[in-house]
Ligand binder design. Sequence first.
Ligand code: PLP
Length: 418
Amino acid sequence: NDPLSSVDPEIAAVLQSELGRQRGTLEMIASENFVPRAVLQAQGSVLTNKYAEGYPGRRYYGGCEFVDVAENLARDRAKALFGAEHANVQPHAGAQANAAALMALATIGDTILGQELAHGGHLTHGMKLNFSGKNYNATSYGVDPETYLVDMDVVRAKALEYRPTVLIAGWSAYPRQLDFAAFRSIADEVGAKLWVDMAHFAGLVAAGLHPSPVPYADVVTSTVHKTLAGPRSGVVLSTAEYAKKVDSAVFPGQQGGPLMHVIAAKATAFKLAGEPEFRDRQQRTIDGAKIVAERLTAADTVAAGVSVLTGGTDVHLVLVDLRNSPLDGKQAEDILHEVGITVNRNAIPFDPRPPMVTSGLRIGTSALATRGFGDAEFTEVADIIATALKPTPDVDALRARVLKLTDGYPLYDSLENW
Ligand code: PLP
């Protein structure tokens, strides 16, 4: 019963330091968020002790009467939140959800067609070192070299050329909305199944601020920890037609025992995502990203050579193009780190620099919107970023401006020491 601080002071110190880092910096990694304390509680609970292979009412272990309640709540809430006919809430992470989606929709060796990794796609959509590229015949479409948008005529031409079993829509780094109806009609034309990976924009969909792929896709996967602000994990939604295939692809296809503590935390996150406060937060997320994009391109603030791909954003992230800047992605990431803003460097389409350096930054606003930021705070953040990307910035002065913001929006102030 001893607390972590006495059982394992070294790990307690890591937790304490990480809490301090999260409190004292501005988190702008587009795939991150801050979960509510209620989600932390569900996840850090006695449900971690329980084995529950199988599904509610059909388990391979005894004693599942309470975890069944949690999983049913998570499934029902996910279905209601997204208007889906079926939900599987067991995937440990987004990658497992995606492996299950492909397993449910295709056979090893089949052709799949997804957005190229270097153009904003995800590695589980066919990257050659990933299971998706090793097990399937992976083909891809990219973005247009002028507009940086996914061009549906190109997607259609590629689909007609490759005749994929599965057409994939979804991204990790793309600042605009996809046309799901057009993807559906191309899938129908070539006899493909449509899988949408909404990992990044699921929170916006839940809030009704982004078109939903659910009415168009056979299978929709998502992570729960990005804009959705739940525990680090995945979920698969599908039509009733694919329900059985999805369930057997997740278990026993991809996984063993489900993480019942995480499933309970997912249930809580799905509940919160249906509330008005969540919608307000997603609106501030999108508004904040638009402010960052505007300030990083406005004549009075912009640093030389800094621009924003597609000229703006419709979602929670901005892709900064540094191809004409003296800074590369790594240098820009480092200078922002010094002032206390955490972002990730990101290859942009047609990037001339190597992947460990890159010519881009991916900047997201979800975590700061969760922290409470609105237009005024995002304007200040954008001006700090714009100034930091200019030659010889005053790092101490910028760090002080960051601390003023973090002090104004305390994080997890009810959490005690470990
Ligand atoms: N799908 C997309 C579009 C993603 O961006 C990510 C994460 O970056 C994943 C899937 C994988 O999620 P995880 O890291 O939980 O495996």
